[in-house]
Design a protein around this ligand. Structure first.
Ligand code: ADP
Ligand code: ZN
Length: 708
């Protein structure tokens, strides 16, 4: 009795310490004291002050033993009225921090972006409904065919969509799709893999109907009372995918991406906590407070957009695998051109590989013609950037009412400007790259830092400048001269974001004849009338100083090929290159089998010790003083070599070794894929942090695990 009393007193008197994650790049977690009467657990949201500033933190550890320096610990400020972070979320953060060598605070910062508001759903719904009634009445009264009527109708559609997003009690009729025989077979193989507890790759050509398979699996998850997440590389390019998912899942479908407003994102965040859902989103949707996931799909798994290019440099595809495992969900990767990493996992028996090699609307596979521009020049077969063969094929296609899409991987008019007198190429004052000439603005533009300047005489000798290398603007101009009757548009990074949708929509509707653009055009779109696709200057895609260049070139060109010949019609791909005997083109032309190309690439990777046979980590070092950068990067590379952490390459300058006034060096580490890997990574992180603080050089080194 007395004993129990003493225990209670001791508990009452005990100071309670917690460890809190704050959204900062800290490699340790600050301790706080819990004020009397405040109760928290791991995952609770809490207000704290750190270094004199208020933060919204997350309790990482509740009731921990006192820290070494007890006197310095201050009290937490208050409870934050936000829902808890779930254990699965915390585990995912921990994985990312460990794997990508960043702090948990950095992960927290991107996982829970500030500005997520608490939402009163029913109040918001009532407001929207009121506004809808009002607009409906006004639209009734407005005269037919007027601008006012059109604006009202558009506002009504908009409101209806918003209401549908919020109100999941609305009924909806899923369009019932019947799967083809090939799809059914593929689905069977996928189910078998899932039963064995394996993730799977759906290796399906463009137009084979992978989406329908995703839909079937997602509705299966919903019918089992579980939820689904479908990841896409870029939301802007998945409009058609969204339409099809929307037709099927109605208000159960939520889209999520970083360009949404805080309110839009809050609606999704709120819904996944409480409702049955299918989320279609970009890589950041792995951080939603997911509940009971039954299916995680990564569409276009090979796509580089899954990798975040600032810290934490995580790969959404690979983290999605971890997320799926945490929830015990089925994990499916989809691609027409799977990455070597995924193929490696299939070959190792970790993933099941299921093929879907038949187009849903029958085989209208694009014919391929590789045009050797060097040979054509000699025969006088080129008109500007267009070969006579391509011109003839475009003419034929247009005459038959078909559409043409032309890929040129560089935007601008001229990709560089050279002095006709001294041969100098005009470079950006802040970056070590040539400036491109943009004819519409009449300016020289740096594509790395955005610097602009007027076109003047040669900066060294005053001579006249001349354009070299043609970009999309030049191609557009030449096409307009060659096909004056054609309706032509261009789509690239210079096209205003607001105009992009309109251009792809009008092309899809057949209101344009020729569309010219960069890689942006290659992904995701379904253009029913597209018969001819062409790549001009395809060499810029291959042979870069990048061991993945060939793999990427095949992915881009195959996707381009997949755009044509949809809906059972035969399409055609024409590629203009000066290196027509390159293996990439041989593969496209059907002169070598994809299995052979795959094993060739694999053999090269293995021989040179590249991923997926090894793990690669790039240390990217930057400084505005080149000498200091040189010295410190040499020093660090030396330390890494002595520490015996993997194989050390460099320091070497990257292809562009100065961007926005900052010089860059890379130290590349390759490590064996074995049990020591995570130990080596820990050692690396400790060494780099120690180096940064010893040389007072914090923030100059960024670590890129599995660089792309
Ligand atoms: P992928 O994603 O593999 O490139 P899609 O899913 O876009 O292929 O399918 C190509 C076309 O075939 C689309 O227009 C789609 O609507 C249609 N399609 C695929 N499967 C079915 C099906 N089972 N029933 C009806 N149409 C289908
Ligand atoms: Zn620049």
């Amino acid at each position: 009795m007395l004993c129990a009393f003493i225990t209670i007193l001791a508990v009452m008197d005990r100071k309670r310490y917690i460890k809190v994650v704050v959204p900062l790049r800290l490699d340790w977690q600050p301790y706080y004291l819990l004020p009397d009467g405040m109760d928290v657990h791991r995952g609770s949201r809490i207000k704290v002050t750190f270094a004199g500033r208020p933060y919204s933190g997350v309790v990482w550890e509740a009731d921990c033993p006192p820290p070494p320096e007890e006197t310095k610990v201050r009290y937490a400020d208050d409870i934050e009225a936000l829902p808890d972070i779930t254990e699965n979320e915390l585990k995912l953060w921990q994985f990312i921090a460990d794997y990508y060598l960043c702090s948990i605070g950095e992960v927290y910062k991107i996982a829970c972006p500030a500005g997520i508001v608490r939402l009163d759903r029913s109040a918001k719904l009532a407001k929207l409904r009121e506004s809808l009634d009002d607009k409906l009445a006004k639209a009734d009264a407005a005269r037919e065919g007027t601008k006012k009527k059109a604006a009202l109708l558009e506002a009504i559609e908009n409101l209806k969509t918003q209401i549908a997003l919020l109100d999941d009690t609305l009924p909806w009729d899923p369009v019932q799709t019947k799967l083809s025989k090939a799809q059914t077979t593929a689905l069977g193989s996928l189910r078998k893999a899932f039963l064995e507890g394996k993730p799977a790759l759906l290796d399906g050509v463009t137009g084979s109907g992978k989406t329908e398979v995703y839909i079937t699996l997602a509705s299966e998850a919903l019918s089992q009372g579980r939820n689904a997440l479908i990841l896409v590389p870029e939301i802007a390019l998945s409009g058609q995918l969204e339409d099809r998912l929307r037709a099927y899942f109605g208000p159960r479908l939520y889209t999520y991406h970083s360009a949404q407003t805080a309110v839009q994102r809050s609606i999704v965040t709120d819904a996944v906590r409480k409702k049955p859902y299918v989320v279609l989103g970009t890589r950041s949707s792995i951080f939603l407070p997911h509940t009971n996931l039954g299916l995680v799909v990564v569409d276009e798994e090979h796509d580089g957009a899954y990798k975040q290019d600032s810290s934490p440099r995580y790969n959404g595809r690979d983290c999605a695998a971890v997320l799926a495992a945490l929830h015990g969900a089925r994990f499916l990767l989809g691609s027409a051109t799977p990455s070597l990493e995924t193929i490696y996992n299939c070959n190792a028996g970790k993933y099941a590989r299921v093929s879907l090699k038949e187009k849903y609307f029958g085989s209208g596979d694009a014919r391929v013609e590789i045009i050797d521009t060097t040979a054509e020049y000699k025969k006088n077969g080129m008109v500007g950037n267009f070969s006579r063969k391509l011109i003839a094929q475009i003419g034929k296609t247009l005459a038959g009412g078909g559409q043409v899409l032309i890929l040129r991987a560089r935007r601008a008019y001229s990709t560089a400007m050279q002095c006709t007198a001294c041969g100098e190429i005009v470079k950006c004052p802040h970056c070590n790259v040539p400036m491109s000439y943009h004819k519409d603005s009449g300016k020289l533009v740096c594509h790395y830092c955005g610097a602009r300047k007027p076109v003047e005489a040669c900066p060294s000798c005053g001579g006249t400048l001349q354009g070299m290398g043609s970009g999309t603007q030049k191609i557009e101009e030449e096409a307009a001269a060659l096909f004056p009757q054609a309706r032509i548009a261009r789509l690239d990074g210079d096209t205003a974001a607001s105009a992009r949708q309109e251009i792809t929509d009008s092309f899809a509707k057949g209101e344009l004849d020729i569309l010219i653009g960069t890689q942006m055009l290659v992904k995701g779109f379904d253009f029913p009338g597209l018969q001819l696709v062409a790549a001009i200057g395809a060499d810029s895609l291959i042979g870069l100083m990048d061991f993945r260049a060939d793999e990427k070139a095949v992915q881009i060109l195959s996707q381009l090929q997949g755009r044509a010949g949809r809906r059972g019609k035969a399409g055609m791909l024409m590629v203009q290159t000066s290196r027509s005997d390159h293996p990439v083109y041989k593969l496209l032309a059907g002169l070598s089998a994809s299995e052979d190309f795959e094993s060739e690439l694999n053999a090269q990777r293995q021989a040179f010790g590249y991923p997926p046979y090894t793990r690669m980590i790039d240390l990217v070092l930057q400084d505005s003083f080149e000498t200091r950068l040189e010295n410190l990067s040499m020093l660090l590379a030396g330390q890494l070599r002595r520490a015996g952490i993997g194989t050390v390459l460099g320091p070497f300058p990257p292809q562009v070794d100065r961007i926005a006034g900052r010089h860059l060096r890379i130290i590349r580490l390759t490590m064996l894929r074995n049990k020591q890997l995570s130990k080596s990574k820990e050692k690396l992180l400790a060494l780099v942090s120690g180096f940064e603080s010893f040389h007072k050089w914090a923030g100059h080194i960024s670590i890129d695990v599995d660089p792309l």
